[in-house]
Design a binder for this molecule. Structure first.
Ligand code: KIV
Ligand code: ZN
Length: 512
């Protein structure tokens, strides 16, 4: 048994399945580059057969990433597998991940297939995939709720067909650590050819135990791959969180005794990038990447940490990429300083034109805000990336009036399909009035299912970062906007969400 733990990141596939978290090709590529910097072993870049957009995203990632294996998901059929293989053709190292459900419930109600048919299809799929690439992962979907005898038959058969990784998903987050760990152990002990494959865990967080279950799968079960996402992003309560599993294994190396390739100093930048791209805000008390994760508020703790850091700290903030909230740039900083700071933050721009556009936004921000923090820079880079996406609506300017006892009013100028338009409306408050002013012209009819504001660098002088989640005709999208004026940030977020609503294509659900 190897002492290396493979980190398989599925932020761009399972994470993206979270309603509203869908990303464009360029956004996915940017995150993939950050994952490569983080040195994740495998990047699951998407589900190529689900839509042309996802095919192109996986293709772009496969062509760009050199140091990590790039993986594409496919259902267990020839068409999906061929699509995945085509999308991965340019990869330095390619993996096809094929899956089919094996639990009685899923086979009967969802697939309407008998167990024997599922077994046959799983074998055919792995055989077909192995003819395309050497690295094939197989997942029995809802594996944890499957009959163990049947699961053993399926897994033994797919290993015999050449599956190199066997992943055991707890698709619905039903497992508890000890039981899940023993489940993996039992499978490995009972399947005669189990040593021919690497065993992997894939846990969802519905009961808040995804990380604990994954660790038990590793410790008790002997799994040597963990599937996880940045910030624990994912459908419902999300997936096992990359930063938590990595820091648990690293901090408690005395217990787990495992090596990791991850360069942990890029964790915080990856977390921010994913949060700002998807609009899924990280809760302040989230382990490792939450704003409070290393903050010591109580006097006793502060005193202890000042005397000896390890009195209350088990990890060093700088080891995961936290830098103190320091003023990094200002109005007088030039393009080179800006470029250097982007490099320090691990952000690479795709072209000089993108860099120039981001620098222009930086100058505009620096005119309005004397102190520019790392968080501001990351937010404006995100905004720049968003604005590269099929922009049908774009913010120009906003005036609003609110006074106690009077109904707030807003007048907003924005471009709609390349033409400047002016919308006016009243509302419950300035934000409501501004968004209604946009809607009075766009008439999207979308329902707002989430609105949240977050101060990027923690004070009233900071930029407000707003997330707006819209739902229309079964689609859910997030828009993110940042500005020192939260009403403007809200308008930008709303327009960003409308852009996504207009550009998003239909896709097939991986677990539908
Ligand atoms: O949770 C799950 O079962 C999955 C599979 C597609 C691997 O994400
Ligand atoms: Zn999953």
């Amino acid at each position: 048994m190897t002492d290396q733990l493979i980190i398989f990141d599925t932020t761009l596939r399972d994470g993206e399945q979270s309603p509203g978290a869908s990303m464009t090709r360029d956004e996915k590529l940017r995150i993939a580059r950050q994952l490569e910097r983080l040195k994740v072993d495998v990047i699951e870049a998407g589900f190529p057969a689900s839509s042309n957009g996802d095919f192109e995203a996986v293709q772009a990632i496969a062509n760009a990433i050199k140091d990590s294996t790039v993986c594409g998901l496919s259902r267990a059929n020839d068409r999906d597998i061929s699509r995945a293989a085509d999308a991965l053709a340019g990869a330095a190292r390619a993996r096809i991940h094929t899956f089919i459900a094996t639990s009685p419930l899923h086979m009967e109600k969802k697939l309407r297939m008998t167990p024997e048919q599922v077994l046959e299809q799983a074998k055919l799929a792995v055989r077909f995939a192995r003819n395309k690439v050497a690295d094939v992962e197989f997942s029995p979907e809802d594996g944890y709720r499957s009959d163990v005898d049947f699961l053993c038959r399926v897994l033994e058969a797919v290993i015999a067909e050449g599956a190199t990784t066997i992943n055991v998903p707890d698709t619905v987050g039903y497992a508890v650590p000890e039981l899940y760990g023993h489940f993996i152990k039992t499978l490995r002990e009972r399947i005669p050819n189990s040593d021919k494959a690497i065993w992997s865990v894939h846990c969802h967080n519905d009961l808040g135990m995804a990380v604990a279950n994954s660790l038990a799968g590793v410790k008790i079960g002997g799994a040597r791959q963990v599937e996880c996402t940045i910030n624990g992003l994912g459908e419902r309560a999300g997936n096992c969180s990359l930063e938590e599993i990595v820091m648990a294994v690293k901090t408690r190396k005395d217990y787990f005794g495992l090596e990791l390739n991850i360069d942990t100093q890029h964790i915080v930048a990856a977390s921010r990038m994913v949060s700002q791209t998807t609009g899924f805000v990280v809760q302040p008390n989230k382990a490792v990447v939450g704003a409070n994760a290393f903050a010591h508020a109580s006097g006793i703790h502060q005193d202890g940490v000042l005397k000896a850091r390890d009195t209350y700290e088990i990890m060093r903030a700088e080891d995961v990429g936290w830098t103190a909230n320091k003023i990094v740039l200002g109005k007088l900083s030039g393009r080179n300083a800006f470029k250097q700071r982007l490099q320090d933050l691990g952000v690479s721009m795709d072209s000089e034109a993108d860099l120039n556009a981001a620098f222009l936004r930086f100058k505009e921000l620096a005119d309005r805000k004397a102190e520019i923090f790392d968080e501001d820079i990351l937010a404006l880079v995100s905004a720049e990336q968003q604005s590269n996406v099929d922009e049908q609506f774009s913010f120009v300017s906003l005036a609003q009036h609110s006074e106690t006892g009077e109904q707030p009013k807003a007048r907003i100028v924005f471009t709609m399909h390349g033409k400047e338009v002016v919308g006016e409306s009243g509302g419950n408050g300035p934000v409501d009035a501004s968004l209604k002013a946009i809607e009075s012209l766009v008439k999207s009819g979308a329902e707002m299912v989430l609105y949240s504001v977050n101060a990027i660098s923690g004070s009233t002088e900071s930029q407000g970062e707003v997330t707006v989640r819209l739902q229309n005709a079964g689609r859910v999208v997030n828009g993110v906007g940042a500005d020192p004026d939260i009403v403007v940030a809200s308008a930008k977020a709303y327009l960003g969400a409308l852009n996504k609503l207009h550009s998003q294509t239909e896709r097939v659900a991986a677990q539908g």
